[in-house]
Design a protein around this ligand. Structure first.
Ligand code: SF4
Ligand code: SF4
Length: 465
């Protein structure tokens, strides 16, 4: 956007905190009871009820619920013996259901499902008129493509997606100014993408961001007109005032940009935003009992995830909120939240702040289970390990010293869950500390350090009866 917009910190906090519009989504988990008010008899919402946002730059009428296509349903291992494979029939059913209920923004990327996300999404959407959906795809910055490689990747993406143009195209996962300069300036990839835009094969050019302050300042200082940006925000980080990690001493490289600072910068830039990870990798859809009870007292019928989505929808300059919907229950619950959208009120904010006290503590590891760090050459299942650890923190299954009255219960719960969640050959003790995974993690988690911590913790629990 050309028009720069300035907003005082106070106004911004008011908007970000109090909210104007609402919306919701849920990342499934109904079997775990995170959809307390889900009623199978509820009538399906009408497509016309879907909350929409108009892109001020070009008038695109975008559904506020966007479909993130990095977590499509997978075939059971028995049916796909050669490795993970998308359950194409299930994915097509989901996309059809989403289209029928007003979802019109679909976000894929070159590495999602090792390229198969683009193929399946392309196949699904090729059955609809091209002007009935908006498709987003991304240049894989992490591959450090030179100009020839970037041209090949872009051509492959158009072919895989069966389209002649992308509505929204992103420089994927900008983490540092140096990485941006190398790929997009020195290698000439940005000029190439701008030429593609001039030729009509890209309608809107933007970037997705997981970087530090310097990286954002650099992006915003360029002469290039950025039509939009995909940024990670959620109520937890904004209201807790966190940077891109909850604890001290657990990040690597440059400090991640704090959420509130990032929000202020983005709003001041006037660049329309697509939001990602509003559920913090699904963790805000699975609150512990204490936290959930506070929210249920305020809105008995609302799922945990709906709070995260309604809050996210209240943030300024948001065009769509992306979520990965693996199962039909996810999509259906999300549709109920967005069709129609209930405004997020001051009362909601007060309840959310109260509920948030103590939830997702400093002990949590900020893993969103994105899987970018996988596969580990030594077989360690990094996301499964972090997911189990975080779940135990949330459910208070972290043993607090042998003298604690709850020690035995917590110890048993942690160890039984550990062995069930992660086979022995993939557990933390297998980590060699090679550090190959660290640069791949957009959350900048010091995976080596966390693996050592979890491994030591488990050993202590096993020996300290
Ligand atoms: S540091 Fe550990 S978890 Fe990461 S790639 Fe190496 S062995 Fe795997
Ligand atoms: S450790 Fe990082 S890269 Fe790996 S799954 Fe978690 S957030 Fe993703």
């Amino acid at each position: 956007m050309d028009k720069k917009k300035t907003l005082s910190r106070r106004t911004l906090l008011k908007v970000a905190g109090a909210g104007a519009l609402g919306g919701a989504v849920a990342l499934g988990l109904d079997k775990l009871g995170v959809f307390p008010g889900q009623n199978p008899q509820r009538p399906e919402p009408a497509a016309e009820a879907m909350a929409r946002r108009r892109n001020p730059g070009n008038g695109d009428d975008i559904s506020l619920l966007g479909y993130g296509c990095m977590r499509l349903p997978m075939l059971p291992r028995a049916i796909a013996p050669n490795g993970p494979e998308i359950d194409e029939a299930a994915a097509l059913r989901l996309i059809d259901h989403a289209m029928a209920h007003g979802v019109n923004y679909f976000d894929t990327a070159y590495p999602y499902h090792k390229g198969m996300s683009e193929v399946v999404v392309g196949k699904a959407l090729s059955r609809y008129p091209r002007n009935s959906f908006y498709l987003a795809d991304k240049m894989p910055t992490f591959l450090n493509p030179d100009l020839a490689a970037a041209k090949e990747i872009f051509a492959t993406q158009l072919e895989r997606c069966q389209v002649e143009y992308f509505d929204y195209y992103l420089l994927h996962n900008i983490q540092t100014a140096a990485a941006y300069r190398k790929v997009y300036e020195e290698n000439g990839v940005l000029d190439f993408l701008l030429r593609e835009k001039a030729a009509g094969r890209i309608r809107n050019l933007g970037w997705s961001f997981h970087g530090d302050k310097e990286a954002l300042e650099y992006l915003l200082s360029r002469d290039t007109r950025w039509d939009f940006a995909l940024v990670q925000f959620n109520y937890h980080d904004i209201l807790h005032g966190y940077a891109a990690r909850p604890g001290g001493g657990r990040s690597t490289g440059a400090e991640p940009a704090p959420s509130l600072w990032l929000m202020e910068k983005m709003v001041a830039s006037g660049i329309p935003m697509m939001l990602m990870e509003p559920l913090l990798g699904g963790r805000l859809a699975r609150l512990n009992k204490k936290t959930l009870a506070i929210l249920q007292a305020e809105r008995p019928q609302a799922s945990a995830a709906s709070w995260a989505f309604r809050y996210a929808a209240s943030l300024p300059n948001v065009l769509t909120i992306l979520t990965g919907m693996t199962y039909m229950e996810h999509l259906q619950d999300n549709l109920h939240t967005f069709c129609p959208l209930e405004p997020f009120s001051e009362k909601d904010l007060a309840a959310l702040k109260k509920a948030l006290d103590g939830f997702l503590s400093q002990e949590n590891i900020r893993c969103t289970a994105c899987g970018y760090c996988m596969p580990c050459p030594y077989g360690v299942d990094i996301p499964a390990l972090f997911t189990h650890y975080n779940r135990c923190v949330d459910d208070e299954h972290i043993p607090r010293g042998a003298r604690n009255a709850e020690y035995d219960r917590a110890r048993r719960a942690f160890l039984v869950g550990y062995d069930r969640s992660v086979p022995e050959l993939r557990q933390a003790g297998r980590c060699t500390g090679c550090a190959k995974c660290i640069p791949l993690c957009p959350q900048k988690i010091d995976i080596v350090q966390e693996m050592a911590r979890i491994g030591k913790f488990v050993e202590t629990l096993k020996t300290q009866v």
